[in-house]
Ligand binder design. Sequence first.
Ligand code: IMP
Ligand code: MG
Length: 177
Amino acid sequence: MRTMCEQIHVMYTEEEVCERIRQLGAQISEDLNGEPVKLICILKGASFFACELAKRITSPVYMDFMYVSSYGNGTESSGQVKITKDLESSVEGENVLIAEDIIDSGNTLHFLSQEMKDRGAKSVRICTLLSKPDRRVVEVPVDYVGYVIPDKFVVGYGLDYAQKYRNLPYIGEIEFC
Ligand code: IMP
Ligand code: MG
C-alpha cells in the first residue's frame, strides 16, 4: 500500500482550464474551417475536457466515445493498450479529433491514432489537455496541447488516482504523504 494520506495542490484553477479550452476550441475551429469533425472522447479521463471542448468548436461536431485502458490502479503505465468499449460509429472518410486527458508514455495515443488511420479516417488530429513530455516512451505528433507539465501525477477535471478525484473542478498535483 502506497499511502496514508493524499493532498491535492491546485495547478490550474477551473477558470484557467476553461479559458485554455476556449483557446484550443478557437484554434481547432480555425483549422477545421467549417468542416465537420468527429470528436472522439477517450473515457473516462477526457470526458470533462471533451464536453467543454465540443462547446467551443464552431464546426459541426459529432461525438463518439471509446474506452481504452493501459493503466491499473497505480500511477505507472502497463504499456499495453486495449479497447474495452469501442466507438458506435465508423470513422471512415471522416475528420477525427481525438480528445485525451493527458499524454504520458504516449502508448495510448500512438495506438489510437494508428487505429483511426487503419479504420480509414480522412484526417486524424490529437488534442490533449495535458502533456508530460519527460515521460514519453513513444513519440506521437500531438496537434493541440492545453498545458505542458512536469513529471507529476495530476488529478481533477476528469483525471483520477485509483478512480478518485475526477470530479474536482480544477487540475491539481497529488502529494502522497
Ligand atoms: P499513456 O498511454 O502512458 O500516454 O497514458 C495516458 C493515460 O494514462 C491517460 O489517459 C491517463 O488515464 C493516464 N495518466 C497518465 N498520467 C496521469 C496523471 O498524472 N494523472 C492521471 N492519469 C494519468
Ligand atoms: Mg485516460
